[in-house]
Design a protein around this ligand. Structure first.
Ligand SMILES: Nc1ncnc2c1ncn2[C@@H]1O[C@H](COP(=O)(O)OP(=O)(O)OP(=O)(O)O)[C@@H](O)[C@H]1O
Ligand SMILES: O=C(O)C1=C[C@@H](O)[C@@H](O)[C@H](O)C1
Ligand SMILES: [Mg+2]
Length: 174
């Protein structure tokens, strides 16, 4: 296993909640014949509780510490597509760490499309679960503006509208 920055055998998918990291990560892994790892799921398995319950019991600051440890302590197969938590690239040196250990792909989508996807899928997303309609769009818009400088440090930026595994493959292997 090599950790050089030009090694693309590990692909980290980043972006806001609902952009399709888990959905596209599974499809890309299947297309490339790579393993698929979802760090939100790894964290839940290690914590022995859902992320929503973790937030409720320990708060966001403790969650951010734990997700950074999970990112850095997970043993990745040589060839892996890794879906990350929506906020992960924006804390500590997580983005630098991912860029040093693979290629980072930002799946970029606008707030309105994200809100449309998330409106009925918020129960397991504690940051959004009590927001609805225009309030949800405005909240996501504000958070995206804060997070964009972190996300846009990715090696590759992919338009999340009508995204396919084939398109991601092309962007990674031009
Ligand atoms: N390319 C796509 N086109 C249309 N809908 C999509 C696409 N990718 C994902 N979705 C839908 O958007 C929703 C969110 O997708 P997904 O769970 O993959 O996002 P995520 O980025 O992993 O979110 P989170 O950060 O909360 O884990 C799901 O309902 C999924 O079916
Ligand atoms: O955008 C975020 O801050 C989050 C996204 C999810 O993937 C989870 O990691 C958690 O719900 C926090
Ligand atoms: Mg996900």
């Amino acid at each position: 296993m090599s950790n050089t920055s030009d090694n693309i055998s590990r692909i980290f998918l980043v972006g806001y909640m609902g952009c399709g990291k888990t959905t596209m990560g599974k499809k890309l892994a299947s297309r490339l014949g790579y393993a698929f790892i979802d760090l939100d799921h790894v964290l839940e398995a290690q914590a022995g509780k859902t992320i929503t319950q973790y937030f409720a019991d320990h708060g966001e600051a403790a969650f951010r510490e734990l997700e950074s440890s999970v990112l850095k302590d997970t043993v990745y197969p040589d060839k892996a597509v890794v879906s990350t938590g929506g906020g992960l690239p924006c804390f500590f040196d997580n983005m630098d760490w991912m860029k040093a250990h693979g290629k980072v792909v930002y799946i970029k989508l606008n707030a309105k499309t994200l809100a449309g996807r998330l409106e009925n899928n918020k129960d397991d997303r504690p940051i959004l679960r009590h927001k609805h309609g225009d309030e949800l769009v405005a909240f996501i818009d504000e958070k995206l503006a804060e997070r964009e400088p972190f996300y846009s440090r990715a090696n590759v930026i992919a338009d999340g509208l009508s995204l396919t595994a084939e398109r991601l493959d092309q962007l990674l292997h031009p």
